[in-house]
Design a binder for this molecule. Structure first.
Ligand code: 5GP
Ligand code: ZN
Length: 113
């Protein structure tokens, strides 16, 4: 755990946040500033700063995608479609340096850019 990390504090329960999914490896909760009707963050329990730090061959990203797909069904956007986003570093606008995957859906999403 990184003591100054907001997502570590959510994982530990220090910051109270309703979880929409939890298992041994990841938790998921709604983004505090939703950019779409469905905007959920899938976050590993371990403090990995970003996708660049995930060890090669590690199964974590696959698990995060599986959880995001499950949540897309739960949130009823599996049929209409959704977007999974992982930001890495300054040009991506990554704000929180604790790996997370955005699940966005529930409206027609704009072009990527
Ligand atoms: P990033 O830009 O790093 O990919 O995305 C970080 C996301 O975390 C942002 O969309 C931001 O709104 C969200 N966020 C930041 N702090 C909190 C928080 O304390 N609680 C929740 N639920 N979301 C947060
Ligand atoms: Zn952290």
């Amino acid at each position: 755990m990184a003591t100054d990390c907001v997502f570590c504090k959510i994982v530990s329960g220090e910051i109270k946040t309703e979880l929409v999914h939890q298992d041994g490896d990841v938790v998921a909760f709604r983004d505090i500033h939703p950019r779409a009707p469905v905007h959920v963050l899938v976050v590993p329990r371990d403090h990995v700063p970003g996708v660049a730090e995930v060890p090669g061959g590690h199964s974590l990203i696959g698990h995060m995608v599986a959880v995001a797909n499950l949540l897309a069904k739960q949130e009823k956007v599996a049929g209409s479609g959704y977007r999974l986003v992982v930001n890495q570093g300054p040009d991506s606008g990554q704000e929180v340096r604790h790996l997370h995957m955005h699940l966005l859906g529930g409206k027609r999403l704009g072009p990527m850019g």
